[in-house]
Design a protein around this ligand. Structure first.
Ligand SMILES: [Zn+2]
Length: 251
């Protein structure tokens, strides 16, 4: 009986996950991983209250956990209870390559990573994903980080045609997100629409990140709440699945 169940689970998984011709993972109807970096907790909680209607799911990558107040921690715990993921983004938001070149790998891992995880694991579920501040990384750093996390997220830039974009999940546990704050040169609503359409039509998993979520954009690292509403509406209407970073580790 157990064997039959196992067989069914394996068969089911194989039927929904495969590689397409661009080596991206195919996932029936596609998926979207929405990331929000840093510590704009009040904006995130407000967005959550407005986007619940889509059953949306996001990953909140938190930095400076030691500087957040009790209310911010409580809001993050609430987001986690709603099914969102809380992930790590460095204790002090130091860029890895630069920090390591000055102080060495051990000090980076101690100061920025293990100290962060220690504090975060007391407040949230075990932290299993990490996003690099500034996307700063290399292979040596990755190999040390994979001893600690199942998914690492870096960044990619540029408005490549979708089939050449690196912001789709290809099975590697090192993933690349595309920034959708409006200050990124590659950002436009039209390009975002193109990526979403490609995600739907090719059963891909799209990985995006942003920072502030605001009514109107008046500075850097901001995206409009209405754009986020559009993404969630598009995903829900097209049966694109909302996924977290740690969901990718299980595919
Ligand atoms: Zn950041």
């Amino acid at each position: 009986m157990k064997k039959t169940l196992l067989f069914l689970i394996i068969a089911y998984s194989i039927s929904f996950v495969a590689c397409n011709k661009n080596n991206n993972m195919e996932y029936e109807n596609g998926g979207v991983v929405l990331n929000f970096d840093d510590h704009y907790v009040q904006e995130w909680i407000r967005a959550d209250s407005l986007l619940k209607k889509y059953n949306w799911k996001a990953t909140f990558n938190v930095t400076m956990i030691n500087k957040l107040d009790a209310q911010q921690i409580e809001w993050l715990q609430y987001l986690e209870l709603q099914g969102h993921e809380i992930a790590g983004h460095g204790l002090n938001h130091k860029e890895a390559v630069e920090y390591i070149s000055k102080y060495g790998m051990d000090k980076y891992l101690n100061d920025e990573v293990d100290s962060m995880t220690y504090l975060m694991n007391q407040k949230f579920n075990k932290i299993t994903s990490f996003t690099y501040p500034g996307g700063s990384r290399n292979k040596e750093i990755d190999s040390n980080m994979f001893e600690r996390f199942s998914i690492l997220r870096a960044t990619t830039y540029g408005a490549e045609e979708p089939k050449k974009q690196r912001c789709f999940f290809n099975g590697s546990h090192l993933v690349f997100g595309l920034g959708i704050d409006e200050n990124y040169e590659h950002y436009s609503k039209e390009y975002l629409e193109e990526l979403l359409k490609y995600t739907r039509d090719n059963d891909c998993i799209l990985i995006l990140y942003a920072h502030h979520i605001t009514e109107s954009v008046d500075g850097i690292y901001q995206m409009k709440l209405s754009t986020l509403d559009y993404i969630c509406d598009y995903a829900k209407s097209n049966n694109i699945k909302f996924m977290t970073l740690s969901d990718l580790a299980d595919l």
